[in-house]
Design a protein around this ligand. Structure first.
Ligand code: C2E
Ligand code: MG
Ligand code: MG
Ligand code: MG
Length: 287
């Protein structure tokens, strides 16, 4: 019976799975050409200080987010293509491109704002991430204090000792490390104690539910206190409303990121924030 049942299940699933596998294979082929075809780019999303209202002067940096403009499919989400890049090993080349691009861009801003770059698990645990960060900092001239690397908690589960050693060596370079999407995975409090994060980014899921359910508010409050007790700063992700911002400011959250401050966009859209507007005006007047 069991056999029959499993056979039935297989035949039900197979066409779909085949399609998925084919889909991934095709995407993988396309992705391997994406960098050299110039289809990858970075979007930048502002990060600000948590205050009761939003002012441009409260923007302290940007998170760089990868974008892939597929020639036929159009925009493919990083949530779809980063995992493919991870599994196939393409992430090494792609991650290097992303980091270099983000650092080069930030180094060109008139204002010395922060730039945050996401590191994927494979990049972090299997490549020479310390050597890479070091050489890109030298190459681009970006001051290490302006670079922040975001990793998700799952990354460190794989190999605790290696993870800790890497974090320490990265911090020795002068860059900051933040734990991304805190609360979304297998977060454990002992992680926060064991690893020297500079910042905790509270997952969007908790922010969405602020005001809707008292449990989320309690959790956000507790994470803010906990993080501060551990000398870490706290950033809330996915802040979309003034009410959420007001709550976070009132509770002493340090930073905010989300559509309320700005969506991830090509950096040209934020020229004024990085200090380029004046330069452009000057160029117009003199040229
Ligand atoms: P993440 O690092 O947690 O990035 C935040 C995601 O939340 C971004 O999605 C951003 O567009 C979205 N977001 C920001 N504010 C709001 C908001 O107010 N409301 C809503 N609904 N969404 C908001 P995105 O760009 O699609 O990226 C998804 C994930 O893909 C990222 O999550 C990150 O894990 C990964 N990713 C993106 N770019 C890179 C990259 O360059 N390297 C690596 N390794 N992963 C990346
Ligand atoms: Mg991130
Ligand atoms: Mg995040
Ligand atoms: Mg995320």
């Amino acid at each position: 019976r069991a056999k029959q049942k499993s056979r039935g299940t297989i035949s039900l699933y197979q066409p779909e799975m085949d399609q998925q596998i084919r889909d991934r294979r095709v995407l993988h082929q396309d992705l391997s050409n994406a960098i050299k075809n110039g289809e990858l780019s970075l979007a930048f999303q502002p990060q600000g200080i948590a205050r009761h209202s939003v002012a441009e002067s409260d923007i302290i940096g940007f998170e760089a987010l990868a974008r892939w403009q597929h020639p036929v499919r159009g925009q493919v989400s990083p949530a779809d293509f980063i995992p493919i890049a991870e599994e196939s090993g393409l992430i090494v080349e792609m991650g290097e491109w992303i980091l270099r691009q983000a650092c080069r861009e930030a180094a060109s801003w008139p204002k010395p704002l922060q730039v945050a770059v996401n590191l994927s698990p494979a990049q972090f645990m299997h490549g020479d991430v310390v050597g890479l960060v070091h050489s890109i900092l030298l190459e681009t001239g970006l001051s290490p204090g302006r670079l922040e690397l975001e990793i998700t908690e799952g990354v460190l589960i794989e190999d605790f000792d290696r993870g800790l050693a890497l974090l320490r060596r990265l911090k020795a370079l002068g860059v900051r490390i933040s734990m991304d999407d805190f609360g979304s995975g297998y977060s454990s409090l002992s992680y926060l104690q064991a690893f020297p994060f500079d910042k905790i980014k509270i997952d969007r899921a908790f922010i969405i539910n602020l005001g809707r359910n008292p449990q989320s508010a309690a959790i956000v409050r507790a994470v803010i206190d906990l993080g501060h007790g551990l000398d870490m700063s706290i950033v809330a992700e996915g802040v979309e409303t003034i009410d959420q911002l007001a709550f976070l400011a009132r509770e002493g959250c340090d930073g905010v990121q989300g559509y309320l401050l700005g969506k991830p966009l090509p950096i040209g859209k934020y020229a004024d924030l990085v200090g380029r507007a004046e330069t452009m005006e000057l160029a117009l007047k003199t040229g």
